[in-house]
Design a binder for this molecule. Structure first.
Ligand code: CAA
Length: 383
């Protein structure tokens, strides 16, 4: 995949300049205070990072999925929380309205993204519906010209800071996953409240909160696509989202690797840089090799998505592998830096904590294995 990288050398360099100047300097403080500073999201919006794949007619950049992956990788290389916020907003917030919404909805909900830098959240998970995404309990009761929506969404990235949230709810209690529909919920709708903000292990700058819906009147015009189409829409959306969480994992792995490699080349013990010792050099070799393999899977899935051919299995593989590489690299980086890596003196301590999200969010590693395993069996049954 080196050829893909060389094609986007200048693009990556431009993203990196911005990340070094604006993203890296705020990362430790955002982690400590558990929020981004006022004006930070607006800066990201000005760079086009809230509208990465949005069509130009809505003010977006129309970057392809390789470029999207590069942006998330570079953001996460210096700040995992920013990488997560940008990945969740673009793939899961903007994505479904772009793919499944109508023109009126795109104008109403996506123009504010480019004009005012608003964030859109994704409301799939519920207290009783995590890996079992079809276990949605929220219920949208159809009335004359609106739905009356009741329910709770949990673990919502940017739940506090978003302006809109796309959420699933049952419109047919007996319909299984085919009884689930999706809606755009707007902050300010009566009965829509933000609940407790979570105090997380990592990605602390990015807020995660509960969303509560108590007799919220949702107009028909806010339903995305047909009644009953919500589950499939969200599964397709997650296929794309998993590439971006893979890219986030890659970025964290690269960030940790670079710090560890530099440390190994400069830190002297027993009269020589510790990187001369085979125990450290082999760790660096394994980190570098796995990073390249993860990048290959992420670019591969990105290219398939842009060619509009099926990529569910490849995106699950990319996320699964990249998150495990991220676990390996951040863990080893902490070890190579020793006591310094174990303290807030080094960003690798934060990266190690941020890493865990990549093995949980947008489907746990077990769910990725389930998706890949089911695809293998399905193919075997067809042969
Ligand atoms: N594309 C299109 N259709 C799909 C699909 C996909 N990727 N996956 C499933 N479907 C369709 C199936 O074809 C089926 O339709 P038909 O009956 O018409 O054939 C229907 O959906 C039901 O499929 P399954 O029987 O496979 O559904 P399931 O209940 O067994 O669940 C699952 C499948 C893969 C386990 C799914 O529940 C899942 O992905 N779970 C994980 C949830 C998840 O990733 N949550 C992330 C939350 S968001 C988040 O984390 C954001 C953040 O900010 C960090």
């Amino acid at each position: 995949m080196m050829f893909v990288d060389s094609e986007y050398k200048d693009f990556r360099a431009g993203v990196r300049v911005f990340c070094e100047a604006e993203v890296a300097p705020q990362a430790a403080e955002a982690d400590r205070t558990q929020e981004f500073k006022p004006g930070y999201v607006e800066k990201l919006a000005q760079q086009g990072y809230l509208s990465i794949q949005l069509p130009r007619k809505y003010g977006g950049r129309e970057w392809n999925t390789v470029q999207y992956s590069i942006i998330v990788e570079e953001l996460s290389r210096v700040c995992g929380a920013t990488g997560l916020m940008i990945a969740a907003h673009n793939s899961l917030g903007v994505g479904p309205i772009c793919y499944f919404g109508n023109d009126e909805q795109r104008e109403r909900f996506l123009l504010p993204v480019t004009k005012d830098g608003v964030l859109i959240a994704f409301g799939l998970s519920e207290p009783g519906a995590g890996s079992d995404a079809g276990g949605t309990r929220s219920y949208a009761d159809r009335k004359d010209d609106y739905y009356l929506l009741n329910g709770t969404k949990s673990w919502i990235t940017s739940g506090k800071s978003c302006k809109f949230a796309i959420g699933t709810a049952r419109t047919d209690k007996s319909g299984g996953v085919k009884g689930i529909s999706s809606f755009v919920l707007e902050k300010g709708m009566e009965g829509f409240t933000v609940g407790k903000k979570e105090n997380k292990l990592g990605c602390r700058g990015s807020d995660t909160a509960y969303l509560h819906f108590d007799d919220v009147k949702v107009p028909f015009a806010n339903r995305i696509g047909e009644e009953g189409a919500g589950f499939k829409q969200f599964m397709i959306t997650l296929d794309g989202g998993r590439i971006s969480i893979g890219a986030m994992a890659l970025g964290l792995a690269v960030g940790a690797f670079e710090i560890a490699a530099k440390h190994a080349a400069t830190r002297k013990q027993f009269g020589r840089p510790i990187g001369y010792f085979q125990g450290i050099a082999w760790k660096l070799a394994d980190m570098a090799t796995r990073i390249e393999a993860a990048r290959g899977l992420i670019y591969g899935a990105s290219l398939l998505k842009d060619k509009k051919v099926p990529f569910s299995t490849e995106s699950a593989m990319a996320k699964l592998f990249a998150s495990e590489v991220c676990n390996f690299c951040t863990f080893e980086a902490v070890g190579i830096l020793g006591a310094e890596g174990y303290s807030e003196k080094s960003p690798v301590e934060r990266m190690y904590r941020d890493m865990k999200l990549t093995e949980i969010g947008e489907g746990t590693s077990e769910i990725q294995r389930l998706v890949i395993g089911r695809a293998i069996i399905k193919q075997m049954m067809q042969e």
